[in-house]
Design a protein around this ligand. Structure first.
Ligand code: GLV
Ligand code: GLV
Length: 328
């Protein structure tokens, strides 16, 4: 019989159809945060799966799935997957880098600007009927042009943000686990600084680094205390990078001017203290969400899954295998 694949969420039917020449396709009809038992059940008979960041999969979920050989994650971040456990089982994991880089960088820049210039706060104020005449001193924000931008995580998306910053005349600092080659630094017009300096010297900090046990709550009360009280913090990576309680304290206490958050530790739940603050722009994890890019992500994941399961023109050579997990 033909191999079976599970598609965990409704994606784009016209793209998912490309799986049908090769596989029996079991595609979810409704958006859902599946319970672990439901994921395990769906994987039981599957040879492959196309999943999203809603779907946490580790040893327990694949324990009853002897045929499972490939998981294609529709997304660049894959902290929903226990890579070490899946690779130990011989399961190939793929992700979708590159196709979302520019779209995500656009959004990171937009969110930073919205936080700095208080765009959503101003709109709420206007819609609430509070605009009683042009108010010279209301809703004054911080400049982007000429300011110092700090980028934490200088991968493809971080570099995309740095390139945009050049057009705004910003000075760009970055910190990364590994310093970039000089040629790349020059191309991005970005200077490497240590973690402490990045937070102390930047007017706007953007987080674009992968989330892992090592980066959990990397931005904590001590880090926030280094920041200028006039600064902004924007997160388009993963919510767990920030200690949200410490961030809410800093924003409420006037120790940080504003924040832009597209990701949250307990998504889709948002800390009620953040919801109550006016100086934080909140969006529901949409940084890669242009129609064209979301379609490109699904198409790439479909290609990766077909190739990882040994079919199609790239049989056995998926474009985006997640590298072997390093031991801690
Ligand atoms: C979305 O957050 C992604 O990692 O692609
Ligand atoms: C991370 O993988 C990035 O593309 O920045």
């Amino acid at each position: 019989s033909r191999p079976r694949v599970w598609v965990s969420q409704p994606l784009f039917d016209d793209i998912i159809t490309r799986l049908e020449p090769y596989f029996e396709v079991d595609a979810a009809r409704e958006v859902a945060d599946h319970a672990p038992s439901r994921i395990a059940e769906a994987l039981r008979e599957a040879d492959g799966a196309l999943v999203t960041l809603n779907d946490p999969i580790g040893a327990a979920e694949v324990a009853q799935a002897p045929r499972l050989r490939a998981i294609a994650n529709v997304g660049v971040g894959y902290n929903n997957l226990d890579i070490a456990a899946l690779q130990a089982r011989g399961i190939v994991v793929t992700n979708t880098p590159d196709v979302l880089t520019e779209t995500t960088a656009d959004f990171g820049f937009a969110l930073m600007m919205a936080a700095a210039r208080r765009i959503t706060e101003a709109e709420r104020w206007l819609r609430d009927g509070q605009w009683q005449g042009w108010a010279f001193k209301s809703l004054l924000g911080a400049d982007i042009h000429g300011a110092t931008l700090g980028i934490l995580g200088m991968g493809r998306i971080g570099q995309g943000i740095a390139k945009r910053a050049a057009g705004f005349g910003m000075r760009v600092l970055y910190h990364n686990r590994h310093r970039l080659p000089e040629a790349v630094e020059r191309e991005c017009r970005a200077s490497y600084v240590d973690y402490e300096k990045l937070f102390a010297q930047s007017d706007h900090v953007v987080l674009v680094l992968p989330y892992s046990a090592q980066s959990h709550h990397l931005v904590d009360a001590a880090t926030l205390a280094r920041m200028k009280p006039t600064a902004t913090l924007t997160n388009i990576a993963r919510g767990g990078l920030i200690d949200e309680a410490a961030l809410a304290d800093a924003l409420a206490g006037g120790r940080l001017a504003a924040a832009g958050l597209d990701v949250f530790e307990g998504e889709p739940r948002v800390d009620p203290r953040l919801l109550a603050l006016s100086n934080v722009v909140l969006t529901p994890h949409i940084a890669s969400g242009s129609l064209a890019t979301r379609r490109a992500m699904v198409a790439l994941a479909v290609d990766n899954l077909i190739a990882a399961l040994g079919f199609g023109p790239e049989a056995g050579k998926p474009r985006n295998p997640v590298p072997a997990a390093k031991p801690l």
